[in-house]
Design a protein around this ligand. Sequence first.
Ligand code: PLP
Length: 373
Amino acid sequence: MNIPFVDLQAMHAPLHDEMMTAIEEVVSKGNFVLGHQARAFEEDFAAYSETAFAVGVDSGLSALKLALLAYDIGEGDEVILPANTFIASAAAVTFTGATPVLVDPEPDTYNIDPQKIEAAITKQTKAIMVVHLYGIPAKMDEIMAIAEEHNLIVVEDASHAHGARYNGQRIGSLGHIAGFSLYPAKNLGAFGDGGIITTADESVIEKLTAMRNCGQIGKYNHVHQPYNHRLDTIHAAILQIKLRVLDEWNEKRRQAAQWYSAALADTSVITPIVPDDTESVWHLYVIRTAQRDALSEFLKDRGIATGIHYPVPIHKTPFYQSANLVTNNLPISEAQAGQILSLPMFPGISKEQVQYVADSVREFEANYVTVRL
Ligand SMILES: *Cc1c(COP(=O)(O)O)cnc(C)c1O
C-alpha cells in the first residue's frame, strides 16, 4: 500500500467542476488581483472565524508581518514566541526589526508554555506570538490574562488551525489579531501561495489594507509604508469554494485522528493529547518516539510518507545563528525535534490506511529493540 502524506488530488476531485468554472470567470473578467471574489472571500472567512474583519494577503508570512506592523511593532521591541515552530513565525518578527524571544513548549501539548512566557517578559516586550501547533489550540485564557497584565499584543499564528476551537470560540477570534497561511497543504489552501489576517480591531483595518496594497488609501494616495502583499483573485475564488467544505474536511481529520490514537494505543509511541476545552483540526498527527529516524525509514520502505514538523528549532537554524535573537534555556524544543514524526493526515484518509500505518509501527517495534521515551 502507498500512502501519501497529503492527497490534494483526492480532496479536490469532487470540487473540480465548480473550481474550474470559478477560474474561467476570473479569466473572462480579467480581474486577477484583489477582484470582487477576494472581498467576498474575506467576508466569508471573517464570518467563518467568528470575528469582524479579514484581510486577504499573498502568504502566511506576509499575514504575520503585516499583523505585527499594524501594531507598530519594530526595532527595540521584543516578541515572545515558541522555539518549535515554522521559520515564518520568527521571520515575521525579524522582518519588522523586532527581536524574537524564544521559549519552550509544554512537553505534552507542544504548544507555548504560559509560565515560560511570563518568565521571558522584559520592559521591551511588546507582543506574544502564539502558534496553535499541529491544529491544537494553545492555552489562550492564560495567555490573554498575561497579555492584559503586561499590556501586550497577542498575535495568533493560526496557520495550522483554520476552524479549530478553544472554549467553543474559533481560532483567529481570540487574540488581538491572527495570521493564517493559505498555502496549498494547509487545512484551507489556495492554488498557490496565499494568506489572511483576522481581527476584531477596526482601528488597524485601514493600515492593514493600505500596507498590503502599496500603502494606498484610494488610488495613488500612498499614506502608509508601501508593500505588495495582495491576494490574487483566482486563489480567492478557489478558497471561497473550499471554505464551504472546510468543516466537513476537519471532521474527517478528527475521525482519522481517533482511528490513529486507538490503533496506536498498544504501541510505545506517544500519541497527541488534546486538552478538554479545545477542538483540534488535526493539521498534523504528530507522534513521538526515541527511534524517530529508524521508524520513518521503516515506514518509507512500507510505502508510507511521513514528515517532521519541525526538524530544527528556530535558534538552531543557520540563519538565526547570526540573526538577532533571544534564546533562553530550550531543552524541550531541542529534545523533541529529534523525536517527533508526522504521520499521513488528510481528509479522506481511510480507516484501512490508518490501520496499515499503525500495523507498520507495530511491525517495526516487533523487529527492533523498542526504546521507550
Ligand atoms: C505555513 C506556516 C506559516 C507561513 O505560511 P506561508 O504561507 O508559507 O508563508 C507560518 N507559520 C506556520 C506555523 C506555518 O505552518
